[in-house]
Design a protein around this ligand. Structure first.
Ligand SMILES: NC(=O)C1=CN([C@@H]2O[C@H](COP(=O)(O)OP(=O)(O)OC[C@H]3O[C@@H](n4cnc5c(N)ncnc54)[C@H](OP(=O)(O)O)[C@@H]3O)[C@@H](O)[C@H]2O)C=CC1
Ligand SMILES: CC(C)(CO)C(=O)C(=O)O
Length: 308
């Protein structure tokens, strides 16, 4: 299968590298330092495996249309990435493996055929050309927002052949929302307190706040007609146990002085709440605190008069 990975950073390079190694016709589309390093020395995947993979990489989308585009940018880059790839997006199957809500709707707006996806695999871009596979997880894919298609079954087959454990859901929207609701609790709380995920599990007060945030998200999802595939409270506990040693990705972004995906997680939950006449005060509070933190870390003087 001819596959482009659009936004080949940590998770995109991991998926693209493994698929190429399994014999798929893959091209990674990423940023110049990473692309140059890959084309010079190959993509090094370390951590769970140790392999150098000579997968082709480029900084801009090739002209020829692929069978599949895997969208792996941060959610805040989705529109810009789809716009830059407009010529190959129209009528192309596009699988989002991103966190957050709304990426598949953007794919459809650009004329792509959206396939939803969530993954619990973990990856970090250690340096240009080097990705660390930090945690082996599962990936769920499905025709967006729900239903079945033989092409999605084919994606699951080639992902499993590449060593990426994958299942197909006929209600991928339910999975996307369940994961976003879990992220809406873990990510901002862990970021504001700068703690690993396990600290939330071990602290009665933090855990009770996380549970209340999850409950608020569930109410918004249900009111929007989303049938949650797995109960987010169960997923919250499973995730905290499994990733107790993780500093969540939002905290990692803040510590690197990068933007976070808060707008596509807690921000979207607030937006969807409003669309059905609900308030989402806990999500609104966490959204505002993280947005404020982004500005503080963006060089604005903090309350102690120093730049973080
Ligand atoms: N990393 C992980 O373990 C997991 C990540 N996810 C989700 O997957 C998504 C990606 O995460 P992650 O891989 O960590 O993020 P990264 O920032 O490591 O990867 C995204 C890469 O895409 C690049 N990019 C953005 N726009 C374009 C474009 N138009 N053309 C080419 N390259 C582009 C970015 O560059 P630049 O930064 O310069 O814009 C960046 O290098 C997020 O939604 C994340 O939440 C989900 C599960 C696990
Ligand atoms: C599941 C969790 C919270 C693991 O850290 C994650 O998806 C993230 O860090 O964004």
């Amino acid at each position: 299968m001819k596959i482009y990975v659009l936004g080949a950073g940590a998770i995109g390079s991991l998926f693209g590298g493994l698929l190429f190694a399994a014999g798929e016709d893959v091209v990674l589309i990423g940023r110049k330092p990473h692309v140059d390093a890959i084309n010079k020395r190959g993509l090094r995947i370390t951590g769970i495996i140790e392999e150098v993979i000579k997968v082709p990489a480029t900084i801009s989308p090739p002209e020829e249309k692929p069978d599949l585009i895997i969208l792996a940018t941060k959610s805040y880059s989705t529109v810009e990435a789809l716009r830059a790839s407009k010529a190959i997006v129209e009528d192309t199957w596009i699988l989002s493996i991103q966190n957050g809500i709304g990426n598949e709707d953007e794919i459809r707006k650009f004329g792509g055929k959206p396939i939803g996806g969530i993954t619990t695999n973990g990856a970090i871009l250690v340096s240009s050309g080097v990705v660390k596979w930090t945690g082996k997880g599962i990936t769920v894919v499905g025709l967006y927002p729900k239903g079945r298609h033989t092409f999605v079954d084919k994606i699951s087959e080639i992902f499993n052949r590449a060593g990426l454990e994958t299942i197909v859901s006929e209600n991928i929207e339910g999975w996307i929302w369940a994961k976003a609701i879990v992220n809406s609790a873990i990510n901002p709380i862990g970021t504001l307190l700068r703690v690993k995920n396990g600290a939330i599990l071990d602290n009665e007060e933090l855990l009770s706040v996380a549970v209340e945030v999850v409950k608020e998200g569930c109410k918004v999802a249900t009111q929007n007609g989303v049938k949650l595939e797995v109960h987010p409270i169960d997923l919250l506990f499973q995730t905290l146990k499994k990733t107790r040693e993780n500093y969540n990705s939002m905290l990692q972004d803040i510590l690197k002085g990068r933007k976070t995906e808060i707008d596509y997680i807690n921000g979207k939950i607030v937006e969807y709440a409003k669309s059905v006449g609900l308030e989402a005060p806990l999500n609104f509070l966490l959204w505002g605190l993280i947005k404020g933190m982004e500005k503080l870390h963006g060089g604005v003087e903090n309350v102690w008069g120093k730049r973080e």
